[in-house]
Design a protein around this ligand. Structure first.
Ligand code: DAH
Length: 344
């Protein structure tokens, strides 16, 4: 081969290349054209360059420079075409932008009172308690009479109780579930009864006409006040923390004898005294007592054979002191900005 032949081959390639490159209609066709023109394996340029060694020594330098020039021109034209095809190429499949922030979906949260109920239920479930439920529209006998309220008890007053009719009330506490449970299931009984109760109160910072209670009841042979104390103190340590101190104060409820209220040491000030515990160092958590024999008898049980203990607590109060909520009404406003803050 002579230099002139070598140059003629390059010129031919350079003349053909623009039209072939322009004819590539998509990126696949472009790749084929590029391989055919300048591909290392079988491209036309590679083919021509392989003749370089056969040229007279003094011509090789010029031949090499011309070949490089031709390659540069073809490469430029290829790149211009590739960019144009890439810009015009329809995206395959739906276009997604993975850098876009995801659309936030509101998942909801668990109401702070429900959170307390769930935790209390869980702790007593470990001790073998099951859940019992009763109606919110309750017969006055279950709400009062069966629970040993005397006929003239002030709680039965129209001012305190919401009556639905002569003998029908909105239950003022969850204690009627005690009687309904004992009527239905023979001892041993260990139940927890969470639910809403109603009182004739107006909404104010510390009262609501409807609120939740959790009732607990244990009835069996040989159940004693020691069982009550040990179980409720255990509950307080599980719920409020291992070192939590408790104290029992004598109290009065018609349906228990003896009766006691349980306080836990104030978690906010550790007993030193603060606004949450009204400077006393203690916060009242629940009412409790040994089930009055009259209640056992009203439910049809032999009070000589069986004894029991019971308690009632207000999970709203617990939620309020736990989160430092300044006004009980916030719990019932359904304001998403408040409710959204609570997750398990
Ligand atoms: N029923 C009471 C109330 O409404 C709470 C209560 C106190 C429940 C003592 C009990 C109990 O079971 O033993 O405030």
């Amino acid at each position: 081969m002579t230099l002139a032949e070598f140059i003629a081959a390059l010129d031919l390639l350079a003349a053909e290349a623009p039209a072939r490159i322009a004819a590539a209609a998509d990126l696949d066709a472009w790749t084929e054209v590029r391989n055919a023109l300048v591909g290392r394996q079988s491209g036309r340029l590679t083919d021509i360059m392989s003749g370089l060694g056969a040229l007279p020594k003094e011509d090789r330098r010029e031949a090499g420079q011309r070949a490089n020039g031709a390659k540069a021109a073809i490469d430029d034209a290829l790149e211009v075409r590739r960019a144009a095809l890439a810009a015009a190429a329809p995206a395959s499949g739906p276009t997604i932008d993975p850098t876009l922030p995801a659309r936030a979906r509101w998942k909801g949260a668990v109401h702070p009172v429900s959170l307390v109920i769930d935790e209390v239920v869980e702790i007593f479930r470990e001790l073998g308690f099951t859940i019992a439920l009763g109606p919110e529209a309750e017969h006055a006998w279950y709400n009062f009479g069966a629970l040993n309220f005397p006929d003239d008890h002030p709680a039965m007053d129209l001012h305190d109780t919401l009556y639905l009719g002569e003998d029908q009330v909105l239950r003022t506490h969850t204690s009627p579930v005690q009687v309904r449970t004992l009527q239905q299931y023979p001892p041993p009984v260990r139940v927890l009864a969470p639910g809403n109760v109603y009182r004739r109160d107006f909404f104010d910072p510390s009262h609501a006409p409807m609120f939740a209670q959790i009732e607990g009841l244990v009835v069996d042979e040989g159940v004693s006040f020691a069982d009550l104390k040990a179980t409720l103190a255990h509950f307080a340590r599980r719920f409020f923390g291992a070192g939590t101190k408790t104290r029992f104060r004598p109290s009065y409820f018609p349906f228990t004898e003896p009766s006691a209220e349980m306080d836990v040491q104030c978690g906010v000030c550790s007993g030193a005294g603060c606004s949450v515990c009204k400077q006393s160092g203690w916060v009242e958590i629940l009412g409790s007592g040994m089930v009055h024999p009259a209640v056992l008898e009203a439910a049809g049980l032999d009070s000589e054979r069986y004894t029991g203990w019971a308690f009632g607590m207000g999970p709203a109060r617990t939620a309020i002191s736990r989160h430092g909520i300044p006004d009980i009404r916030i719990l019932y406003d359904s304001d998403v900005r408040f409710l959204d803050q609570f997750t398990r």
